[in-house]
Design a protein around this ligand. Structure first.
Ligand code: SME
Length: 155
């Protein structure tokens, strides 16, 4: 299967799981789990925007930093830019926060709610440099659109 095919399978599985879901943290956990299972990502998770800092939310992978500062690192820069960032080699990104020294490249996607407010950053790491490309960007943005209705669903 190509990367594109694996994303199509992921989108299909997520749609079914989200239809049966309805709890923010459980559903975000399943989104991270589906992505890790289908794409084999080294680390995938959500950093939630709370009180003007980022707090670790549902994730799959090695233990990670709990708090990140807005404006710093890849995730914090994504909060400021409100746009996705692909980092081909984390060593070249000034201020990169190395929660796990094995992470070598990274993609971050801002997650908005239905009213356009920024709620979280979807952060995905690879242990290989230059892992992420336009296909990841396209499909991860489609996934971000699919999860927009979730943000109000805290049980
Ligand atoms: N590298 C990120 C920190 C989060 S970890 O990758 C899980 C950053 O620079 O913001």
């Amino acid at each position: 299967m190509t990367k594109r095919d694996r994303y199509i399978v992921s989108l299909r599985e997520m749609k079914i799981r989200l239809e049966k879901g309805g709890d923010l943290f459980a559903d975000l956990g399943n989104v991270a789990a589906v992505l890790r299972k289908q794409q084999g990502f080294y680390w995938v998770g959500f950093y939630l925007l709370k009180d003007e800092r980022l707090v670790l939310g549902p994730f799959q992978g090695t233990p990670a930093c709990v708090f990140l500062t807005c404006g710093e690192g890849v995730c914090g820069s994504c909060v400021e830019r409100r746009a996705p960032i692909i980092v081909d080699d984390v060593r070249d990104f000034p201020g990169h926060v190395a929660c796990d020294p094995r992470s070598r490249s990274e993609i971050v996607i801002p997650c908005f709610d239905d009213t356009g407010d920024l709620r979280a950053i979807l952060d995905i790491d690879s242990d290989q440099p230059h892992h992420f490309d336009e296909i990841d960007l396209e499909f991860l943005q489609r996934i971000e659109e699919q999860i927009r209705p979730l943000w109000g669903k805290i049980t």
